[in-house]
Design a protein around this ligand. Sequence first.
Ligand SMILES: [Zn+2]
Length: 474
Amino acid sequence: MAHKFTFYNTLTRKVEEFIPREEGKVSMYTCGPTVYHYAHIGNIRTYIMQDALIKSLKYAGFDVKRVMNITDVGHLSSDADTGEDKMLAGAKREHKTVMEIAKFYTDAFFNDFDAVGNMRPDVVEPATNCIPEFIHMVETLLEKGFAYVAGGNVYFDTSKLNDYYVFSSEVEKEQLQVGVRDDVEEDTNKKNKTDFVLWFTKSKFEDQALKWDSPWGVGYPGWHIECSCISMKHLGEFIDIHCGGVDNIFPHHTNEIAQSESYLGHEWCKYWFHSNHLNDKSGKMSKSKGAILTVSLLKEKGYDPLVYRFFCLQSHYRKPLEFSYEALDQSVQAYNKLVRRVSELKNDGAVDEAVKTEFEEKFTDAVSNDLNTSMAVTVLYDALKADTNDATKLALVESFDKVLSLDLVAHAKSLLEGTEVDPELEKYILDAIQRRTDAKKAKDFATADAIRAELLEKGVEIKDTREGVKWQLI
Ligand SMILES: [Zn+2]
């Protein structure tokens, strides 16, 4: 029997007990990346919190099957056809074909996704694999009277629904309606302002790169349809949990529900899990603000991606999180201390099963209480301080790491052996030491001291010895 599990359901706007359709089994769908550019660390925060959710559900005794899409087609910036084909823009920018761009950014995405300790979804499906499924859904929506053809495009008719704004309170509905009215770029084909495109054959952007034959002419799918179809293809007519960032709630998830439930004729997904933004000091992180802060970039700056995970886990998924290098440096120090503490544990005999169970229950209570990951980290600290032998503590660290995925035992081992430091981190350290040596030679002691301080902030201590400069992680 799985442990009682609660989290905030955006659909009912409250923390609820999660009860899947089939006892102990969870079908989960995650909106995947749009692969025309890098995913920034704010996007990766969303995937870290989803990973924590999946692993927590497993820890609590559920079986989870998870499906994710890859948006490798079109993706206009809005349904009003005011955006450009971002895949094509990416291809032009980088002198590559659209599919080369998709492959490059899919690989870059998973590189960062994996580096922060995430488990890959059971199914990852690119949208371009599912064109017949999209066409079938659009045909059915037309047959059922939920869609119409205008100006060469197929639109979903939102006036056919009793409650289109399913996620919103009455006040929010009014605000959204005002927002939709104020939308300057208007698609005159639409019967209602909230209608959205299911299939394009006519677009302002005639050089759309990927096109397919359809009953309505050569064209390409709208933005929202892929998630509904890919989810149904792999998980059937019902899903238990649909995940995304708060950005996705409107219009994306609102439109997914509109088309899915109109197609199916019944409720589609009962629980909607959304994680909040990562902000920097200037506001929300976004792709449009020039340089993109990625996990790979953090790595180049000498940060272990798992420290970024640790930073995210220490905050609640429903709260906005402010990113700064100062805050990340604090996580580096806390993480290194944790690794050092674990490295001091000896395998000193039999595990005390009673103590282990007691702490595992505390840990399960924390993660199953609206995914309280910071409390789960506190349980880890408590376990390390507990009045029990090291073997039990070590067993608990390994047990909690099934959810936390901080790789503490392996890091502790490499600390002891003094080897196996991440090669990029090592390169960064050696570069910094070289810069410091050069500065000292040039009698620029201020720079040399600044480099020593920079390394110390990253948890690297250097010592000048007769054999040269030695360094160690602290
Ligand atoms: Zn989606």
